[in-house]
Ligand binder design. Structure first.
Ligand SMILES: [Zn+2]
Length: 62
């Protein structure tokens, strides 16, 4: 399984998120491991290479 780092939009800590290579675009909510607030993560895979994934993190309110 592939992982990426993303910055928490609340507390600014860097978090590791797991990328599911079988889904090309996925959006889910994951609680920050540091401040425990819900982060909306959007993961987009670039081409067939699952090592290139774009991860966007935003607050739940956005
Ligand atoms: Zn946080």
């Amino acid at each position: 399984m592939n992982t990426q780092t993303v910055r928490c939009p609340y507390c600014g800590e860097w978090l590791e998120v797991f990328i599911d290579p079988s889904v090309r675009r996925q959006e889910y909510i994951e609680d920050c491991q540091v401040c425990c607030r819900p982060i909306t993560l959007t993961v987009t895979l670039d081409g067939d290479d699952v090592t290139i994934a774009h991860v966007a993190a935003r607050t739940e309110e956005d």
